[in-house]
Design a protein around this ligand. Structure first.
Ligand code: URA
Length: 425
């Protein structure tokens, strides 16, 4: 087999054979196919697509490039969730302990933020002492003792994806639906969860800007999971405006703890409960009551044990920013738009996110929202508070907010978009 014939086949819009796919993934993982050759193939896939059988084989080859985890020794059914990423998407933080409090085991392998979307591990690292990297044995220990673990994926899991995702990131080939679906699902299937709920985001702050693209991605991933014996369901959810009232690391941990304490913003509670119900259903725990577990403090108990088990202090003060800048409403009326992408870029520029994988993030940086679409605002009253430790970043962050919101005259009828747009099985 030679790589040039594989690249030419996809360039000429042919479906790749099983042998071609197995060979190219294996050769790339071992380093005998070069980065420039794989990037040509990734671009051909982005432009010409893949059939469902090709995507299934590509995913299987990526799973087979590394180890598979095994949770069969656990006494509880496993349930996992994956979000395709957004702005203010802190849902994993209250969700994992909540679902564990209802009887499932939640092995939540999570990632770091890149660009305008935040990463769960960056958020949790703002808790003093908390460790993202665990060995497989430590991960199982935490799962066994608390019911939930949120940690980084080990190096042995789908190494082909690790290499290919880094390459796609620097070659303009992230946005190919077959490559996104196989990347996400190879890691989730190799992780060994019995059931999986996908939160596929739609809107300016998401990868998928249109509902049609999000639906195609969701259907592809649900098909891949189901074919591999993982009970998989997807929710299409809104990412036109940030989730909750914060985008940033420590800011989002604080808001998540509020939710676990029985408070917090309505949209975060609604999405947390919707995903919890789906996860419990998929795990066969249909009678569990996540709203009760949130209200009676049992989800908070699991959170505290889970954070402590990974070296964190659940009672420690979270970092606060050295400098703040308040953006006020320029007019009175109804806020009809607050753009997720623009707020995400502002949080990133303030230091909450990174431009390159090796960059550090600021724990306290980010954006706090004082109103959400549908709220009445008053001229001169705070609309957003920007947080950073490095005030020279304010100017650049403010540029991204110049056309981030619309205010309509008071009394204008405005119905915010629902959070859950559709359910795909
Ligand atoms: N997240 C992943 O893990 N892979 C992608 O390709 C995109 C998002």
């Amino acid at each position: 087999m030679d790589v040039i014939s594989v690249i030419r086949a996809k360039r000429d819009k042919q479906a790749l054979t099983d042998d071609q796919i197995d060979w190219v993934i294996d050769a790339y993982t071992r380093g005998t196919v070069a980065d420039e050759q794989m990037s040509a193939l990734a671009m051909a896939i982005l432009l010409n697509g893949m059939t469902r059988p090709e995507i299934a084989r590509w995913t299987a080859a990526m799973i087979n490039s590394g180890e598979r985890m095994d949770f069969s020794t656990l006494s509880r059914p496993t349930a996992d969730k994956h979000s395709t990423g957004g702005v203010g998407d802190k849902i994993t933080l209250p969700l994992a302990p909540l679902v564990a409090a209802c009887g499932a085991a939640v092995p939540q392998l999570s990632g770091r933020g890149l660009g305008h979307t935040g990463g769960t591990l960056d958020k949790l690292e703002s808790i003093p002492g908390w460790r993202a990297r665990l060995s497989n044995a430590e991960m199982l220990d935490v799962l066994n003792s608390t019911g939930a673990v949120i940690c980084a994926a080990g190096d042995g899991l789908a190494p082909a994806d690790k290499k290919l995702y880094a390459l796609r990131d620097v070659t303009g080939t992230v946005e190919a639906i077959p490559l996104i679906a196989s990347s996400i699902m190879s890691k989730k299937i190799a992780e060994g969860t019995g059931s999986l709920v996908l939160d596929v985001k739609v809107g300016s702050g998401a990868f998928m800007k249109t509902e049609a693209d999000a639906r195609e991605l969701a259907e592809t991933m649900v098909g891949l999971g189901t074919d591999h014996g993982v009970r998989t369901v997807a929710l299409l959810t809104d990412m036109a405006t940030p989730l909750g009232l914060t985008a940033g690391n420590a800011l989002e941990v604080r808001e998540s703890v509020e939710v676990l304490a029985g408070g917090g913003p309505a949209d975060v509670i609604e999405l947390t409960l919707a995903l919890a119900r789906e996860m419990l259903d998929a795990a066969g725990l249909k009678d569990a009551d996540p709203a009760k577990a949130l209200a009676d403090g049992s989800a908070m108990d699991v959170w505290r044990r889970m954070i402590s088990a990974q070296g964190g202090d659940p009672d420690a003060d979270l970092p606060t920013s050295r400098e703040q800048h308040v953006v006020t409403a320029p007019a009175s009326g109804v806020l009809t738009r607050l753009d997720a992408y623009d707020v995400g870029v502002a949080a990133w520029r303030l230091g909450a996110g990174r431009a390159r994988k090796e960059d550090p993030v600021q724990a306290a940086a980010g954006v706090e929202l004082h109103a959400k679409p549908g709220d009445e605002v008053t001229a001169g009253a705070p609309l957003l508070t920007l947080h950073t430790d490095t005030p020279d970043r304010f100017g650049y962050a403010l540029q991204s907010l110049e056309s981030a919101y619309d205010i309509a005259p008071g009394g204008t009828d405005f119905a915010p978009r629902p959070i859950v747009l559709d359910r795909i099985v």
